[in-house]
Design a protein around this ligand. Structure first.
Ligand code: GAR
Length: 196
């Protein structure tokens, strides 16, 4: 059984997809032991609480990246994390943490990497860029986290159509529903099965 820690910063719909998959018996070899939020008041913390999972705030605001990562590392170690899932986590991690968890940190990105990714491409901005470019297909990617933002080995991808009249919000929702909420739980289940 792998100890899974989920890192969040906001609404936590991807966290919810993971918790729903666990409740449905689709992640038999993983246990969600902690949800860590980089922002106090993130709705993701409510979702953790409702599922009976310990939620912790490691505030990013008001401290240096170094201080933040020292506090985050302490929480990850306390949770005995085997697998760390970035699910709507809006901070780029430095080597200090990444080198301690090689191929043990995964991220979901709301585009088909290598499109619309890297520094500055997060959340709604990704979908704004896709619409601006006029692509007809976008999607989501689950990948390992290494020292290059959105640059680690790709685990899974799913394509989603862009439709006439899409706004960034509409496209974001479609990418979540059709891609992110499916490929993230599936990738977690697969990794847990392989590493149990
Ligand atoms: C999701 O679309 C996720 O892929 C994206 O932010 C949203 C978070 O939603 N993540 C990134 O852009 C990370 N670079 P959620 O809090 O409802 O899961």
């Amino acid at each position: 059984m792998l100890n899974i820690v989920v890192l969040v910063s906001g609404g936590g719909t991807n966290l919810q997809a993971l918790l729903d998959a666990k409740a449905a018996g689709q992640i038999p070899n993983g246990e969600f032991v902690r949800v860590i939020s980089s922002a106090a008041g993130a709705y993701a913390l409510e979702r953790a609480k409702n599922a009976g999972i310990q939620g912790v705030v490691v505030e990013r605001k008001g401290r240096t990246a170094e201080e933040f990562e020292t506090a985050l590392l302490a929480e990850l170690e306390a949770a005995k994390a085997d697998l760390i899932v970035l699910a709507g986590f809006m901070t780029i991690l430095s080597e200090k943490i990444i080198e301690k968890y090689p191929e043990k940190i995964i991220n979901v990105h709301p585009a088909l990497i290598p499109s619309f990714c890297g520094k500055g491409f997060y959340g709604l901005k990704v979908h704004e860029a896709a619409l601006e470019k006029g692509v007809k297909v976008t999607g989501a990617t689950v990948h390992f986290v290494n020292e290059i933002p959105d640059g680690g080995r790709i685990i899974a991808q799913k394509a989603v159509d862009v439709l006439d009249g899409d706004t960034p919000e509409i496209l974001q929702r479609r990418v979540m529903e059709q891609a992110e909420w499916k490929i993230l739980p599936a990738a977690v289940a697969k990794l847990c099965e392989e590493r149990k």
